[in-house]
Design a protein around this ligand. Structure first.
Ligand code: LMR
Length: 485
C-alpha cells in the first residue's frame, strides 16, 4: 500500500514558514505568511476578542488550583441545548469534562457550586443571541451593509465556514455541482491557494489580467478587456493531472457571458493593489452586461483602509447595481482569529425561496465534508459584532493594526530612499493592506534568504506584518544590497 505516493510539492506560502523555523540564526526575519504581528514581532490577541471570550465562556476561573471553562450552546431560537463545563488544571483544561442537561435541576445542584452557576448565568446571557445562523446574519451584515436590502429581504444563503479557505472551498464545490462546466476566472496573480482550491474542486481555472509589473499597479484596461472579451492567460501551470477542460489549447480565450470571476474586494493578496471607486463601478457595469457572477474573497475587510465599512465598498457597489454575488469572509486577519478558523460563505439570491434551496445545498456539502463547524469562533465574532462597545473597540483595534502597517511602509520607503538606491520605492506606500509586492526577482528573494536570513514568498511578496521598528533598517539595507548588485 501507498508505495506510489510521492511527497507533495511545497506550498508556496506555508513552506516559507517551515524554512524560516528551521533556520538556526537568531537574526532572521519571517516576511512570508500574512499573519499580523505587533511592533515586537509578537502575535496579537485583540482586546475585543479577550473580552468577548470572557463574556461567552463566563469565566476562566482558578479555584484552588483548578481551572474551569464553561460554554453554553443554544439553538436558533435561543433555547439552551447544552451547557458544558470543564474542570482541570490550567495546563490541561480537559482532564474532566461533562455535558449537563441544563433542564435537569437535580444534576445541576449535584454538580455545580455557586460560582459555577454564576458562570452559567454569564454564559447563557451571552450565547442566547449568538447562534450559528445569527452568526451568518452578522457576517452578511458586515459585508453587505446593515441596511442592505439583501439582508432585509432575506435574499441570502450562508453557512459558517472554516475561515476564508473553507469558505472558498465550499463555494467551489457548490459551483461545480450546479455549474459543472463552468470555470473560475482568477486575477493574475492571486493568492496561490485559490488555484489549488478550485483545482481540487475539479473546476477549471482561468486567469485574467490584474497586476502590471511595470507600474507595480493595476493593469486596468487589460482587466476590462478580459472581462469583456477577454484575453486569458494560461492556466494550470505545473498541474499534475488534467481536468475535463481543454486547458492546453487555452492560451488566449474569451470570457464567455455568465462566467464566474473571483474578485478581491480589498487589500488584494499578493499585490496590495485595489481598483479605485470609479474602476469598481466600471467593472460592475461590465459584469452586468456580460451577466458574469462575481465571487468576492474578502479575507482582509478593514485591513486595507483601517475602516471595515469602507473596505466593503466594492461589494456594496455590486449590490447597488443589482448583482447576485457570492462572498467568502474570514476573521483571521481582522480579528486575529487565525487558528480558530472562523469564516462564512454567503450567496445572494433572487428571493428567500431560492435562498432556502441554496442554503440547504451548502449545508449538504458541509455535512459530507466535516458535518458542522466549531461554535466557539462564531460565538466570539457574533459577541463582538452585537455589542456596541466591543464593536467600537474592534474597529479601533483594526485601525491600530493598519496604522502600524502603514507606518512601516512609510519607514521602509524612506529608509530605502535615503540609501540613494536607483530604484523607485513609491509603490511601497501606494500599495495597501498586509503585503508589499516588491517586484524582487526569485534570485533576489533567494539572495535575501541565503545571505540575510530574510524569508518571503518566491514572488517577492513581503508581509508588512513582520516588519517592525527594530528590523526595518536591516530589511531596507538588505533590499538595497540585493537590488544594487
Ligand atoms: C497568506 O496569504 O499568507 C495568508 O492568507 C495565509 C495563508 O493561509 O496563505
Amino acid at each position: 500500500w501507498w508505495d506510489h505516493v510521492q511527497p507533495a510539492p511545497k506550498d508556496p506560502i506555508t513552506s516559507v514558514t517551515q524554512a524560516f523555523l528551521s533556520d538556526p540564526t537568531p537574526l532572521k526575519l519571517n516576511l512570508g505568511v500574512g499573519a499580523y504581528r505587533d511592533d515586537k514581532g509578537k502575535p496579537v490577541t485583540l482586546e475585543c476578542v479577550r473580552r468577548a471570550a470572557e463574556k461567552i465562556s463566563g469565566c476562566e476561573i482558578f479555584l484552588a488550583g483548578h481551572y474551569m471553562y464553561a460554554q453554553a450552546v443554544s439553538d436558533t431560537n435561543g433555547v439552551i441545548k447544552y451547557f458544558r463545563y470543564t474542570v482541570g488544571t490550567p495546563v490541561i483544561p480537559d482532564t474532566k469534562s461533562r455535558y449537563l442537561d441544563v433542564h435537569s435541576q437535580s444534576r445541576w445542584s449535584a454538580y455545580l457550586p455557586t460560582v459555577y452557576v454564576l458562570c452559567l448565568y454569564f454564559t447563557l446571557e451571552s450565547t442566547k443571541a449568538t447562534t450559528k445562523s445569527k452568526f451568518v446574519q452578522d457576517c452578511v451584515k458586515l459585508a453587505y451593509g446593515n441596511d442592505s436590502s439583501v439582508v432585509r429581504e432575506d435574499r441570502f444563503a450562508g453557512v459558517p465556514a472554516l475561515s476564508g479557505t473553507g469558505a472558498c472551498r465550499l463555494f467551489a464545490e457548490f459551483q461545480r455541482r450546479f455549474y459543472p462546466d463552468s470555470q473560475m476566472f482568477l486575477p493574475m496573480p492571486t493568492w496561490s491557494n485559490h488555484h489549488d482550491i478550485w483545482r481540487d474542486s475539479q473546476v477549471c481555472t482561468r486567469t485574467y489580467h490584474y497586476y502590471d509589473p511595470g507600474t507595480k499597479g493595476l493593469r486596468f484596461q487589460a482587466l476590462v478587456n478580459d472581462i469583456k472579451m477577454a484575453y486569458v492567460a494560461e492556466l494550470f501551470r505545473g498541474q499534475q493531472y488534467t481536468l475535463p477542460c481543454d486547458d492546453d489549447s487555452f492560451q488566449f480565450a474569451n470570457a464567455p457571458d455568465r462566467s464566474f470571476f473571483l474578485l478581491h474586494p480589498c487589500a488584494h493578496n499578493p499585490t496590495g493593489v485595489d481598483p479605485n471607486y470609479e474602476q469598481w463601478k466600471e467593472i460592475s457595469h461590465i459584469f452586468k452586461i456580460k451577466n458574469h457572477f462575481p465571487f468576492f474573497d474578502m479575507a482582509y475587510q478593514g485591513i486595507a483602509s483601517g475602516d471595515v465599512e469602507r473596505d466593503a465598498t466594492a461589494i456594496r457597489i455590486f449590490l447597488e447595481d443589482g448583482h447576485l454575488l457570492g462572498c467568502a469572509q474570514s476573521f483571521s486577519k481582522n480579528m486575529g482569529l487565525y487558528e480558530h478558523r472562523v469564516g462564512c460563505v454567503s450567496i445572494v439570491s433572487w428571493d428567500d425561496k431560492q435562498a432556502t434551496a441554496i442554503k440547504s445545498q451548502l449545508q449538504r456539502i458541509v455535512r459530507a465534508m466535516y458535518s458542522s463547524s466549531p461554535v466557539h469562533g462564531p460565538l466570539l465574532v457574533s459577541t463582538i459584532l452585537n455589542d456596541a462597545d466591543l464593536k467600537a473597540l474592534w474597529e479601533e483595534e483594526v485601525k491600530v493594526m493598519v496604522d502600524r502597517l502603514i507606518s512601516m511602509r512609510i519607514t521602509l520607503r524612506q529608509t530605502l530612499e535615503e540609501l540613494n538606491s536607483s530604484s523607485s520605492w513609491e509603490h511601497i506606500t501606494k500599495q495597501v493592506g498586509m503585503f508589499y509586492f516588491s517586484g524582487l526577482s526569485p534570485e533576489e528573494v533567494n539572495h535575501l534568504q541565503r545571505d540575510f536570513h530574510i524569508y518571503m514568498t518566491n514572488d517577492g511578496r513581503i508581509s508588512m506584518a513582520g516588519v517592525t521598528r527594530s528590523n526595518v533598517d536591516y530589511l531596507a539595507s538588505a533590499i538595497h544590497e540585493v537590488t544594487n548588485n
